[in-house]
Design a protein around this ligand. Structure first.
Ligand code: SF4
Length: 431
């Protein structure tokens, strides 16, 4: 059956989105314009949003000649912002009008219009439903926040997270108040890295703001344990996670995290204690693992030193330290994953894939969480080493990981370990 080819979307200066009658959407991989294969299109998922890209010119493809076609002065590029559960395969096709204008920190994805519906160049990598913002109503969360704050009036951490839940609409923060799936435990205001696209702190001269404001106080171990126990008692299968978008690097507070974990594990063997970390402080990570950590998610953008260092700007550590932290956690029975910041045209370069396969095999990571990197493509590409090697495609990257690392899972967010995975809390109690 003949499938209608999607048409190009563009926006005017007021941000009104329109479709072109004939031109097909151009997309981008890294700095290169490309077309979109039929197999790369999926319907725009629930919870996705469209955005126009200020300072850009939309680019299409003439279906007859196959030539690139730029639209008029008043036509801006349009991209989609995907919800949890979806991996972006290609960026929107555009050229910059003004190279001095830097786009805000979002994960821009190629989008098109077909038979009256929006389509995007993406892959459904995990079940999006648990993290669909529509899953929680405003009245429900407002009531839960009011109840918990009334029950814990002196806990500053609950107070902070309530702002994240009600003002930022952070799903992890909302989960904390509703005893759902995975809850937030931000604890640190400092970091041992200086990521180019940090969402909680940007240098004063950065051309875009950080979307989140970093925590400005130090929660005590008792405040941490109170939030963890409240969540776990509400849901014995809950995940409580140190390391949130509104903080620095949690392991910089390892002595207090160790106290909090010990306090919780004295009270209960239920729930899963997780840390989202850059894992650069290996000694700190080993202490947190020894205290009773269950899950560890390590954020990374590459297994190649030059690229990693150019993006993370690590202070006092390197990728070797990160690998050692992962190996220590693995050997101690912690279920480990990576929060892989991915970008089409970089992540799917042959040498990046080879290096990451080696890193995954060496560290025994169990889950790769594909995380669309939120950043202006030009800004990012100008700050990392020039990419070499063939482009394999983002879909192929996920297949190669599964082939080369048997048993590894590909997902989009932290999940409880598979059935049969030994519970550290129980074995610690039986010891
Ligand atoms: S590790 Fe996290 S908090 Fe630290 S600079 Fe990077 S993104 Fe920001």
């Amino acid at each position: 059956m003949q499938v209608t080819q999607p048409k190009l979307l563009f926006a005017d200066q007021a941000g009104r989105v329109m479709n072109h009658d004939t031109l097909l959407p151009a997309a981008r991989t890294g700095a290169w314009l490309t077309d979109v294969q039929e197999s790369e299109w999926i319907p725009l998922p629930d919870g996705a949003t469209l955005t126009w890209l200020p300072g850009t010119k939309a680019v299409g493809i003439d279906p007859k000649s196959g030539e690139w076609a730029r639209l008029g002065e008043d036509a801006y590029a349009v991209g989609a912002l995907l919800p949890q559960g979806f991996t972006r395969l290609l960026l929107p096709g555009y050229v910059k009008r003004d190279n001095d204008l830097t786009l805000p920190l979002f994960g821009y994805t190629a989008v098109g219009w077909r038979d009256g519906k929006f389509v995007v160049a993406a892959d459904r990598t995990a079940n999006p439903e648990p993290w669909n913002p529509a899953a929680i109503s405003d009245t429900e969360i407002e009531a839960a926040v009011a109840r918990v704050l009334a029950e814990h009036p002196d806990n500053r951490l609950f107070k902070h997270i309530s702002g994240c839940a009600l003002e930022y609409g952070c799903m992890t923060a909302k989960n904390t108040f509703l005893g759902r799936i995975e809850g937030a435990l931000p604890v640190s205001s400092t970091c041992n890295a200086g990521c180019v696209g940090c969402i909680s702190e940007q240098p004063d001269d950065a051309p875009f703001p950080s979307p989140q404001t970093r925590l400005q106080f130090w929660p005590s171990p008792d405040e941490m344990a109170d939030v963890m126990l409240t969540h776990i008692r509400a849901n014995p299968e809950a995940i409580v996670s140190f390391g949130q978008g509104c903080e620095g690097e949690p392991s910089t507070r390892w002595p207090h995290i160790v106290q909090a974990i010990r306090h919780v594990r004295e009270e209960t063997a239920d729930g899963y204690i997780n840390i989202n970390t850059n894992a650069g402080m290996t000694k700190a990570i080993t202490a947190i693992v020894d205290a009773g950590l269950d899950l560890m998610r390590v954020s990374t953008i590459s297994a190649m030193d030059e690229h990693y260092n150019a993006y993370y700007k690590p202070r006092g550590y390197d990728l070797r330290s990160v690998a050692e932290s992962l190996q220590y956690a693995r050997d101690a029975g912690v279920y480990t994953s990576i929060n892989y910041l991915v970008f089409p045209g970089v992540t799917d370069r042959e040498e990046e894939v080879e290096a990451m396969v080696e890193f995954l095999q060496e560290t025994g990571v169990k889950l790769v969480q594909m995380r669309n990197l939120n950043i202006d493509p030009e800004y990012y590409l100008a700050r990392i080493p020039t990419q070499q090697g063939d482009l394999l495609g983002m879909d192929a990257v996920m297949e190669i990981f599964k082939e080369e690392c048997p048993g590894i899972r590909i997902g989009s967010y932290t999940v409880v370990p598979p059935v049969g995975w030994p519970r550290r809390a129980l074995s610690a109690r039986q010891a």
